[in-house]
Design a protein around this ligand. Structure first.
Ligand SMILES: Cc1ncc(COP(=O)(O)O)c(C=O)c1O
Length: 426
């Protein structure tokens, strides 16, 4: 307990460029805290920080420090919450099999190879991960790299000789925008999830004989809505265009086999419809990946990122392997997740909030002004429930409230969210 406090004080001081942070008394050593109760021995980030005001409007300050693995119940700033944040849709990040896989790989391989994959950087864990990804998604091959943030960079660069002009959804994730820019080729944006605007832009911007590339999120992270891929496929067809989907949120979750947004819509991956994902969300692991043809994967291995970036830590790749194995072997987790999503969405609708009917475990609603929503988020935290107040990409100016749903949320967790929200609504 004392060590943990010391560690957090040092970490918080470092994060804010301070020499030190004051002590908070160290009461109640060894005590466990009831659901929703504040640990008086944890660093009090508002009262206790010398020379610094961290917001001050609530007892939490404006920085959340997660002190356990993310799961349906998560410890933040010394207090255990019913947790609807983050993207750990199957709560695999602390699954005992996943942890055991990581620990074993750490013992065997250390942190990583300390050389690139064009040198001595391949190892059995990485190769197993790529084989399992190809098997999971039904592709010829897969390439794993250090972060899902690089999905669009890898796709835009690997596909650069297949297109002349790219078309990007205007609210695509930061990584899609950064990724397309890295290809050093022209691109234009089209209106968010709007096939008609896309068709107009294609007609207006493409010169005869030019080929388009469409880049989009499969699922947009703020509202959990899917891109209308079937419409896009039809629109791109006459132009011989290619669609590259960043499906970081859809993989593992959507579709009968968890293959993501493409599977959800009954489409098939191919040379014209290509996808990338992450292992850090549904799969409880780490790293980005592209699944596709042998030729596409061979091309990816010629890009700068392959020889130029250290791979994900091997324990994190081992964890990903176990995560893929679990998601594949236990489709009942997906069924439970979808049931939980329906229960939360129905419940929030009954409270009078508008709700989309996309099947993603991202439940988003607006409730008054931005200030109102910040207050609601803090009031929910006072009652032991965490949801995000989000101004992430695609959110309206005032932001939104966003609850992430996990397969491991129990009816009691969901009831708690709905009950506390109903009380706050009055
Ligand atoms: C759409 C999208 N792409 C990429 C990423 C980055 O993935 P990773 O966490 O693996 O870096 C995220 C993460 O939030 C995302 O939402």
């Amino acid at each position: 307990m004392a060590d943990r406090r010391e560690f957090l004080r040092t970490a918080a001081a470092g994060a804010f460029g301070l020499k030190s942070i004051g002590r908070s008394g160290g009461r109640d050593q060894g005590r466990t805290f009831a659901d929703g109760e504040r640990d008086p021995g944890s660093p009090a980030y508002v009262e206790d920080v010398e020379g610094l005001k961290l917001g001050g409007e609530t007892p939490y300050g404006d920085m959340f420090i997660m002190e356990s693995a993310p799961g349906p119940e998560t410890v933040i700033n010394g207090r255990r919450y019913v947790y609807f944040g983050g993207t750990g849709y199957f709560a695999l990040h602390a699954h005992p099999e996943v942890i055991a896989a990581g620990v074993e790989a750490f013992r065997t391989y250390g942190l990583h190879s300390a050389t690139s994959r064009t040198g001595f950087g391949n190892n059995p864990v990485l190769l197993a991960c790529e084989r399992m990804l190809a098997d999971f998604f039904g592709s010829e091959e897969a390439v794993h790299f250090v972060s899902g943030y690089f999905d669009s960079l890898v796709l835009a660069q690997a596909l650069s000789d297949r297109y002349d002009l790219a078309f990007v959804d205007e609210t695509a994730h930061f990584s899609v925008m950064d990724g397309i820019a890295s290809a050093r080729k022209p691109f234009v944006t089209f209106r968010h999830r709007d096939p008609d605007d896309l068709a107009r832009k294609l007609r207006g911007e493409l010169k005869p004989g030019q080929r388009p590339l469409l880049m989009t999120d499969g699922v947009f992270p703020t509202f959990g809505v899917m891109a209308p891929l079937p419409d896009y496929v039809k629109i791109l067809e006459p132009y011989g265009g290619t669609i590259a989907v960043d499906d970081c949120h859809g993989v593992g979750v959507l579709g009968e086999n968890g293959r993501g947004t493409i599977e959800h819509f009954g489409l098939r991956m191919g040379e014209r419809l290509i996808m990338a994902g992450t292992l850090s969300k549904a799969f409880g692991g780490h790293g980005g990946f592209v699944v596709g043809s042998r030729a596409l994967c061979a091309k990816i291995r010629t890009l700068g990122i392959y020889p130029g970036a250290t791979q994900s830590p091997t324990p994190a790749v081992a964890v990903s392997v176990k995560g893929i194995e679990i998601v594949k072997a236990r489709p009942e987790m997906r069924a439970r997740l979808w049931a939980n999503v329906a229960a939360v969405k129905d419940g929030i609708r009954k409270l009078g909030f508008a709700m989309n009917d996309h099947p993603m475990p991202i439940v988003t609603w607006a409730m008054g002004t931005g200030e109102d929503m910040k207050k609601t988020q803090r009031a929910l935290m006072d009652r032991g429930v965490v949801v995000a107040y989000s101004q992430y990409v695609g959110a309206p100016a005032g932001g939104v409230l966003r609850a992430s749903i996990f397969s491991e949320h129990t009816p009691a967790h969901i009831d708690r969210l709905l009950t506390e929200l109903a009380r706050l609504r009055g």
